[in-house]
Unconditional design. Structure first.
Length: 289
């Protein structure tokens, strides 16, 4: 009986230990080339694990999915266009706040996302103790501790990725950034505008497309026009009206406001984690007393 194949993409910030984890998973079973049309290196490997054939893709290291660089465009296009069965986001536990920006954007794609909380040993030497269970609860996503340079947690990570790929979890209901009520109101109205015409075909999921259009994402605009034609032009015009209303409301471009709100969402998570850690320390101190 042939093995079932799954595609797993590894995403993460530069220097998060992502490529080390890729090397640990694939060993010598790697194919190295370039991504189509660019000179950015592409690494992939195929391994057999737990009765599955796993195709592992090492995406370029990025800090976000905003298409300001070739690497960001490649990573985003692969996640959205190739639809891997699971995206493993390698998070540097010693730089958690910085790592979580990419995590929030991956969350918005509605892909199945799994977090590898990597470099936990380095975090501990810096006095950083992360409650993985609490972080998983706050992000509403599964998390596995890994130490890539010691090959620790890799098998557990792959097992969790396979379980997630085979699950019927509804990613659309998972916790995401909830924007200011004016922005959410624009998202809701634009969704209604789009959905009133059942013949409209979008290149991506509706909410994500609307968010990117409100952020004036030129690549998404082009793809909406290519996919939806005249209907796409009507959508772009309607979005522009909302962009202008939001710019007047906030006295700033919507993309700036939405970026700030993502960072606010992350700050809230960090605050709750620190509250948990502080409470643990107080409880320990009381027990000692």
């Amino acid at each position: 009986m042939p093995q079932k194949s799954l595609t797993i993409a590894l995403a993460g910030n530069p220097n998060s230990g992502k490529t080390t984890i890729f090397n640990n998973i694939t060993g010598t079973r790697q194919k190295v080339g370039n991504w189509p049309g660019v000179t950015v290196e592409k690494k992939e490997g195929i391994v057999s694990k737990y009765g599955y054939e796993l195709k592992i893709i090492d995406l370029p290291g990025t800090y976000s999915l905003t298409p300001f660089s070739v690497e960001e465009i490649i990573a985003r296009d692969f996640v959205l266009d190739e639809c891997p069965d699971v995206v493993i986001d390698i998070i540097d536990a010693s730089n958690l706040e910085r790592s979580l920006y990419l995590a929030t954007q991956l969350r918005e794609t509605d892909c199945k996302v799994l977090f590898a909380l990597n470099m936990a040993d380095i975090a501990r030497t810096r006095g950083i103790k992360i409650d993985a269970e609490k972080l998983s609860e706050l992000l509403d996503l599964p998390i596995v501790f890994t130490i890539g340079n010691k090959n620790e947690g890799i098998d557990a990570l792959l097992k969790k990725a396979i379980d997630l790929a085979e699950s019927d979890v509804d990613t659309s209901g998972k916790r995401k950034v909830k924007y200011n009520k004016d922005i959410e109101n624009s998202i809701s109205k634009l969704r209604s505008f789009i959905e009133k015409d059942p013949g409209i075909s979008l290149p991506y999921k509706t909410r994500w497309t609307i968010i990117k259009l409100l952020e004036n994402d030129k690549i998404v605009k082009e793809r909406v026009l290519q996919k939806a034609g005249d209907q796409g032009r009507n959508i772009i015009q309607e979005v522009q009206l909302h962009r202008e209303l939001l710019a007047d409301r906030f006295n700033d471009d919507p993309e700036i406001v939405m970026t700030d709100e993502r960072y606010g969402f992350i700050a809230g998570i960090i605050k709750e984690l620190l509250t948990t850690i502080t409470k643990q320390r107080v409880d320990i101190s009381r027990n000692i007393d």
